[in-house]
Ligand binder design. Structure first.
Ligand code: HAM
Length: 415
C-alpha cells in the first residue's frame, strides 16, 4: 500500500516512530528555550482568507502567485492553507489588540504547492518566533541569537548564519532603481525568467541560479550602495551586537528573501548536510499592513523536516525512546500479575513494556531486547509466591533477585 490511492499525496508524508520521537524531543527543546526568552505560544488556524497572505507576503511573491493551496469554501470565500506562519499570527495579534513588546512562538504544518524534491515538501512544519516592536538593532540581534540558541539546544552544529539588510522601507524604491540601472548593460545576458523579473521582482534576480545570471550578479555592487546611511548603520549595529552575543554570522550582500514584508535586517541559516535545499531557517524584520493596522516586528521560522534530517542524518533510530523496564512472565498467572504491576509502575512514571500475547519466555526476551529496555524483570510462580522478581540489567547482564516492592522503588528512582 505504498503507492496509489492509499499513499500520501505528493510532497506529504506520514510520520511515525522513531522519527516522531525525535520530533518530540526537538519541539520540547524549543519550548524550553522559548520559556527562557519570555516567548509565549500562539496557535492560529491553518486555513485563512487568501487575502491575509496576499496582503502580508505581497501579491507578486512566488508563494502567493504559485505556491498556495487555495480554494473557495462552502460560503464562497476564497481561502488558502497557510504557506507560512507570520501572516496569520500578525492577523491574530492585531485582532487581539496585542502591542509592541508581544513575543510569540508557533509550531505546526505549513503548505506550499512546490515541486516536491529532497528537503522540499508540500506539507512541512515550522517552528517560528515573532517579536513585535519598532525597528531596533538590539531586538533583531536578540532574535538571531534566539535562533542560534535553538540550534545549540538541539545539538545541531555546523549551521551557517548569513545576515544582510533589505534597507528601511523608504529606501526600497531607490534600491530597485539602482539595481535596474546597474542591470541595464547586462540585460541580454539574463535568463527569460529574470527578464520578466525586471518589471516584477528585480531583487529576485540576485537569487537566480542560472549560470549567466550569476555571472552578472557577481559583478553588481552591493545593494547597500543604494541605501541610506541609516540603513547601512542599522546593519552594522546588528552585526556588532551579534558579535558581542557570540553569534557567528556572516554579512552576505547577495542574500535576499522571497517575501515582501521585510525591511532592515534579513537572515538565513543553512546546514551543509542538506544538499540543494539547505536553508534550515530564515527570518528578518518586517512591517505588515493588514486591515488598516500596521504591525512591526522581527522573527524567523525554522523548517523542522530539515532540522530533523540534519540531526539524524537519516538515522532516527538512535533517538527512539526506550522503556525503563520490560516485564517478562513465566506462565499465565504471572502474565496477569505483570499487567497489574505494569499499571502501578506506569502510574509512578516508569516507562514499562510487556507482552500480553502469551508468547514463550524466549520470545518475550527477544521483544525486551528489541525495545532496548534498560532493565528486564522476570516473574514466574516461584517469584510470585515470594513476592519477588529477577531484575536483570540489560547492559551488564547482571541479575538480582529482590522483593517486588524494592524493584518498584528502584525503578521509580531511576534504578
Ligand atoms: P521561509 O524562508 O519561507 O520564511 O521559510 C522558513 C523555513 O521553512 C525555510 O528556511 C525552510 O527550512 C522551511 N521551508 C520552507 N519551505 C519549505 C518546503 N517546501 N519544504 C520544507 N521546508 C520548507 C518564512 O516562512 C517566514 N514566515 C519566516 C519569518 C518569520 N520571517 C519573519 N518571521
Amino acid at each position: 500500500m505504498s503507492s496509489g490511492e492509499w499513499a500520501p499525496l505528493p510532497g506529504m508524508a506520514d510520520l511515525f516512530s522513531p522519527e516522531s520521537e525525535l520530533w518530540h524531543a526537538v519541539e520540547e527543546g524549543a519550548r524550553e528555550v522559548f520559556s527562557c526568552y519570555g516567548v509565549r505560544e500562539i496557535r492560529t488556524p491553518i486555513l485563512e482568507r487568501t487575502s491575509v497572505f496576499a496582503r502580508a507576503l505581497g501579491e507578486g511573491t512566488d508563494v502567493v502567485q504559485k505556491e498556495m493551496f487555495s480554494f473557495e469554501d462552502r460560503g464562497g470565500r476564497l481561502v488558502s492553507l497557510r504557506p507560512e506562519g507570520t501572516a496569520g499570527v500578525i492577523r491574530a495579534l492585531l485582532r487581539l489588540g496585542a502591542a509592541a513588546g508581544e513575543r510569540v512562538f508557533y509550531m505546526g504544518p505549513m503548505f506550499r504547492a512546490e515541486r516536491p524534491q529532497a528537503g522540499r515538501r508540500r506539507q512541512f512544519h515550522q517552528v517560528g518566533v515573532e517579536l513585535l516592536g519598532p525597528p531596533s538593532p538590539m531586538a533583531d540581534a536578540e532574535c538571531v541569537a534566539l535562533m542560534a540558541h535553538l540550534f545549540e539546544r538541539w545539538g545541531l552544529g555546523g549551521v551557517k548564519i548569513r545576515v544582510f539588510t533589505r534597507g528601511r522601507s523608504a529606501d526600497h524604491p531607490s534600491v530597485r532603481e539602482g539595481l535596474l540601472r546597474t542591470l541595464e548593460p547586462h540585460e541580454a545576458e539574463l535568463c527569460a525568467e529574470c527578464q520578466r523579473r525586471r518589471s516584477t521582482h528585480p531583487l529576485r534576480i540576485l537569487d537566480c541560479k542560472v549560470a549567466g545570471c550569476r555571472t552578472v550578479v557577481e559583478r553588481l555592487p552591493p545593494m547597500t550602495g543604494f541605501m541610506s546611511a541609516e540603513s547601512r548603520g542599522y546593519l552594522e549595529e546588528v552585526s556588532r551586537l551579534l558579535e558581542r552575543l557570540g553569534v557567528p554570522a556572516e554579512t552576505d550582500a547577495r542574500l535576499i528573501r522571497g517575501l515582501d514584508y521585510y525591511e532592515h535586517t534579513i537572515w538565513e541559516a543553512t546546514h551543509p548536510a542538506l544538499g540543494a535545499q539547505d536553508a534550515v531557517a530564515g527570518g528578518g524584520r518586517y512591517r505588515i499592513e493588514i486591515d488598516g493596522g500596521v504591525v512591526e516586528g522581527v522573527g524567523f521560522a525554522v523548517g523542522l523536516e530539515r532540522v530533523i534530517l540534519a540531526l539524524s542524518g537519516g538515522d532516527a533510530e538512535r533517538f527512539a525512546r526506550r522503556p525503563t523496564v520490560w516485564l517478562v512472565a513465566v506462565g499465565d498467572r504471572a502474565r496477569e500479575e505483570n499487567l497489574v504491576w505494569a499499571q502501578e509502575l506506569r502510574r509512578g512514571g516508569v516507562a514499562c513494556g510487556l507482552d500480553l500475547a502469551g508468547r514463550s519466555v524466549k520470545a518475550q526476551m527477544r521483544a525486551a531486547d528489541r525495545s532496548r529496555a534498560v532493565w528486564v524483570a522476570v516473574r514466574g510462580d516461584d517469584e510470585l509466591a515470594a513476592a519477588a522478581c529477577r531484575l536483570k540489567n540489560m547492559a551488564t547482564g547482571e541479575e538480582t533477585v529482590m522483593p517486588v516492592a524494592e524493584a518498584t522503588a528502584r525503578l521509580r528512582a531511576g534504578a
